[in-house]
Design a protein around this ligand. Structure first.
Ligand SMILES: [Zn+2]
Ligand SMILES: [Zn+2]
Length: 147
C-alpha cells in the first residue's frame, strides 16, 4: 500500500485515483500548494485519458480539509495554499508557516507553537491558528552572495 492510500485509510476515506494523486503530489512537494498548481499537476498525471473533473477536484480538497488530511495556509499572497497535516501527531495542527520572499515557497515549520503564545487571549478558546513568518528560507540564504 502506498503512503497516500495509508493516509486515506487512516481517515476512513475510500481511495480513488484523484484522491491518492493529490496526496502523493503534496507529499512529494513538501511545500504548500495552490489549487491551481494541484490541478495542473493532476492534469499532467492523468495523461488526458480521463481528465480530472473540476467538481471532483474541489470536493476532494474539501473532503481532505474536513478530515484534517490537509490544512489551508493563508500566506498573505491572497492565494490559498494547502499543506499536508501531520496525521500522526495532534500538536501538528499548531505550527507556524514560513514564506520565502525569494523563491516564493510557503511551507510548514516543524516546531509546535509555544503554549504561551496560544494562551495570550486570556480565556478565549483558540480554534484556528494562522501565523506566517516571512523572510528568506534556508536554501535561498545559502545561495545569496556573501557580502
Ligand atoms: Zn527561498
Ligand atoms: Zn502547515
Amino acid at each position: 500500500m502506498s503512503i497516500a492510500e495509508d493516509i486515506l485509510q487512516d481517515h476512513g476515506i475510500l481511495s480513488t485515483d484523484t484522491r491518492s494523486k493529490v496526496i502523493e503530489y503534496i507529499l512529494r512537494k513538501e511545500t504548500a500548494c495552490s489549487l491551481k498548481e494541484l490541478q495542473h499537476a493532476l492534469a499532467i498525471t492523468s495523461r488526458q485519458e480521463k481528465p480530472v473533473n473540476k467538481t471532483t477536484f474541489y470536493r476532494t480538497i474539501d473532503l481532505f480539509e474536513e478530515n484534517g488530511i490537509v490544512h489551508r495556509v493563508d500566506d498573505g499572497t491572497g492565494i490559498a495554499k494547502y499543506a499536508l497535516s501531520k496525521h500522526d501527531s495532534a500538536e501538528g495542527k499548531w505550527h507556524l508557516h514560513f514564506r520565502c520572499e525569494v523563491c516564493n515557497r510557503t511551507f510548514c515549520l516543524p516546531d509546535p507553537i509555544p503554549n504561551e503564545l496560544l494562551s495570550i487571549g486570556g480565556n478565549h478558546h483558540v480554534k484556528k491558528v494562522n501565523m506566517v513568518l516571512q523572510g528568506i528560507c534556508e536554501k535561498c540564504c545559502e545561495n545569496l552572495p556573501n557580502e
